[in-house]
Design a protein around this ligand. Structure first.
Ligand code: AHR
Length: 524
């Protein structure tokens, strides 16, 4: 189907000005045909001890002049509560495979170094209790990654006993003495991180030998997590689509298929950054349509990557018991000039908002297998939700996409059929439009539509079956330029604004601006 051209109101002084035309997009949704649950954990976050991700981003210490609760920034907590963060992965990343948990409990703390990220001092003032306190303040689950690369199964097992034992073991008493008598709840356990690389350069077989040991001995003793709400164990998975990673997925999933009663996994991790080429050279500010279209093309490769690894998983796990958890994803650009290159500081633009929406849509379309994802990283690092500078805080365009997508948390996927059309720039051709739909717990239908085209508006003509529809209302996120950003001085350059639409002639007509992300609910 060829997209139709619809004139927008650009007629003045009797002269037609056909320069800007809305591309018509026909879309149909049958709300009676529902798919898998879109697990809220695909909206997970990642907080590594890296640059100002934890220190200054979350932790400012109790005696700071920045308003805080037990050392944790109040402004950041309020912002994260508003996007209902389901889980936070911590303490890394590469940092996790050099993290020794005892350095971060009690007093005084052991001061170490952070060799992965700038070689700076790691004060360990933000440790187990501070992380769990932070999670309690924002209402999120813990996704703890244990040290496989330079730790031992015993060290990890003791950490979990310290965290979760309810009985009066020596470790549980130590936890109580440090301020938390009751056991903590740990939702997810990451067994290593990128063990094929910064996590120890292991072969699949060597990693498997470790995985089986850690999976067996690193136990969660919390009585509330025995029969129900069990901690999910996530194995290290692939970092791309090349043969070494398809072999990795094959090896882990084959072993899972044959696994004995004594070990198990519930998830396989996958890492995929939108980077273009290593080392990252795309800039996060001051770019144009060329870099915009290139980055979006790179990011859409997530679809093939997930399909490829899901197909391998399907061979060994056709019942889809093992989740694919994309626990590091997002844009990775060149460090901002003047910043410490080890701190991975970058700006966050409208391009990143669109990139986030496209990836969330891909995860939603793979909801049967992708039941977790963690954007990298939550604050001040890579594609962050929030940036801080001393007492100042700014919310990024990506933050607003996570906020607009709240209705999709634990919703039920509804298939959408549409002719995406195409948008071209130079030698790059992309789909012009992307869309997902879902029903929330109350049965309300939600539609998310992204217009990738930075120049042309679109007019979506949606046929809605299986639902009574009179109008739609929600929010649209766009800005003047593809590289528009929010700064401490101008924090509202890229913020959502209300949008509404009516049903006309039995179809919902949505007029959407160029380079925009829109989320609407369908109203009776
Ligand atoms: O997110 C930054 C780093 O990227 C993580 O520490 C590592 O796991 C990945 O390579």
């Amino acid at each position: 189907m060829r997209p139709l051209l619809v004139g927008f109101a650009l007629i003045g002084m009797g002269l037609a000005a056909p320069a800007i035309v809305a591309q018509k997009v026909e879309l149909s949704v049958d709300a009676s045909k529902v798919g898998a649950k879109i697990d809220r954990n695909i909206f997970g976050q990642f907080a590594e001890h890296l640059g100002h991700g934890v220190y200054e981003g979350i932790w400012v210490s109790p005696d700071s002049t920045i308003p805080n609760t037990r050392g944790i920034r109040n402004d950041v907590v309020a912002a994260l509560k508003a996007i209902r963060v389901p889980n936070v992965r911590w303490p890394g990343g590469c940092f996790a495979d050099e993290y020794h948990w005892r350095n971060g409990i009690g007093s005084p703390r052991t001061v170490t170094l952070n060799p992965n990220w700038g070689g700076v001092i790691e004060p360990n003032s933000f440790g187990t209790h501070e992380f769990m306190d932070f999670l309690e303040q924002i209402g999120a689950e813990a996704y703890v990654s244990v040290n496989v690369g330079s730790g031992t199964p015993r060290e990890a097992a003791e950490w979990l006993e310290y965290l979760t034992a309810a009985q009066a073991t020596t470790l549980a008493k130590e936890r109580a003495a440090n301020g938390h008598p009751g056991p903590y709840r740990i939702g997810f356990l990451g067994i290593g991180n990128e063990s094929w690389d910064c996590g120890g350069n292991m072969t699949p077989d060597y990693y498997l030998s470790q995985l089986e040991i850690y999976s067996r001995f690193v136990r969660n003793f919390n009585p509330a997590q025995q029969d129900k709400q069990q901690m999910l164990k996530i194995a290290v998975g692939p970092g791309g689509g090349e043969p070494r990673w398809t072999e990795w997925t094959e090896a882990i999933m084959k072993a899972y298929r044959q696994h004995s009663w004594s070990w198990d996994i519930n998830g396989l991790s996958m890492h995929s950054y939108t980077v273009g080429h290593w080392p990252p050279s795309f800039t996060s500010t001051g770019f144009g349509e060329t870099e915009y279209s290139q980055i979006l093309k790179f990011t859409l490769a997530m679809e093939d990557l997930i399909s490829k690894h899901s197909a391998i998983m399907d061979k060994y796990d056709p019942e889809k018991k093992v989740s694919l958890v994309v626990d590091e994803w997002g844009a990775w650009y060149a460090p901002l000039p003047g910043s410490n290159p080890g701190f991975l500081v970058q700006q966050n633009s409208l391009r990143d908002a669109i990139l986030a929406a496209l990836n969330l849509n891909i995860f939603a379309r793979h909801a049967e297998r992708v039941r977790g994802a963690n954007i990298a990283q939550m604050i001040n690092v890579l594609q962050s939700m929030i940036m801080t500078d001393k007492e100042k805080m700014v919310l990024t365009p990506t933050y607003y996409v996570f906020k607009m997508y709240l209705p999709f948390q634990d919703s039920t996927f509804v298939p959408v059929a549409f002719d995406a059309g195409s948008y071209s720039h130079g030698d790059i051709t992309l789909p012009r439009v992307d869309a997902i739909a879902a029903k929330d717990g109350a049965g309300k239908l939600w539609l998310a539509v992204t217009n990738l085209d930075p120049n042309q508006p679109i007019e979506v003509e949606a046929s809605l079956a299986g639902v009574t529809a009179n109008s739609a209302a929600g929010e649209i996120l766009t800005a003047a330029k593809v590289d528009s950003v929010n700064t401490f001085e101008s924090p509202t350059t890229v913020v959502p604004k209300p949008v509404s639409a009516k049903v006309q002639g039995g179809k919902l007509i949505l007029k959407l601006e160029p380079k925009s992300v829109t989320v609407v609910s369908v109203e009776r």
